[in-house]
Design a protein around this ligand. Structure first.
Ligand SMILES: [Zn+2]
Length: 216
């Protein structure tokens, strides 16, 4: 089922100047190099940004010294059935105990919808340190369940106060992380995911377009 009958939800962030970025990362700069007129036949833009801007994936090389990089990425990880799990507003950290209570059989691909998605709906462009994230023990749980892909609706899967541990646990297990999702309009449930990152040779991550297709 491909084509105009597909029920698509674009869960990617818009890349634009002034958008929210991780503190210390490069600003997004997208500018016209040429405009149609007497000096040019075409409109041409240039773009510079950090690879962890907006919707993007992390692969092991991001936090693991000898981890594999974008050249080794198996695209089938990023395409296929996925479950969107929604957590109530009062969940500030996704822990082992919280995940254990989810009635899920298949953790192969999982996207976490939290109160973070409301920030995108409200166009809040200042970086928020209090975003909802996955704890280190929550990462252990996903590893034990054979997860291949985990996504979240803010710029990092890991809490602001400890960015390293959760990333290392997931990436050492070869789990691909999909960050910077906008899940505001997405109801929890099962979908098909299509996510295609840029083919950035030898890098630790890449910008991506991510789409959900309703399965029924
Ligand atoms: Zn990242």
């Amino acid at each position: 089922m491909y084509g105009e009958d597909m029920n698509l939800i674009d869960i990617s962030m818009e890349i634009k100047n002034g958008m929210v970025i991780w503190p210390g990362d490069p600003e997004v700069n997208i500018n016209w190099m040429a405009r149609i007129g007497k000096d040019s036949h075409a409109n041409i833009s240039e773009l510079s940004f950090g690879l962890h801007t907006g919707t993007h994936i992390d692969v092991p090389k991001h936090f693991v010294e000898n981890g594999w990089d974008m050249d080794s990425l198996d695209l089938t990880v990023l395409m296929g059935s996925v479950e969107v799990v929604e957590f109530p507003e009062d969940v500030n950290l996704i822990t082992y105990e919280i995940l254990e209570k989810q009635e899920m059989q298949n953790f192969e691909r999982i996207l976490f919808k939290t109160r973070n998605s409301r920030l995108w709906a409200e166009n809040i462009n200042d970086f928020r340190e209090d975003f909802v994230a996955l704890s280190a023990c929550g990462a252990d749980y996903l590893v034990s369940k054979g997860c291949r892909l985990v996504g979240i609706d803010y710029l990092s899967i890991a809490p602001f106060t400890d960015p390293k541990t959760t990333h290392v646990k997931l990436l050492e297990a070869g789990i691909v992380i999909l960050e910077g999702l906008n899940l505001y309009k997405v109801q929890p449930g099962k979908y098909d995911l299509i996510c295609l990152p840029l083919k950035l040779a030898g890098r630790e991550g890449a910008s991506a377009r991510a789409i959900l297709c309703a399965t029924d």
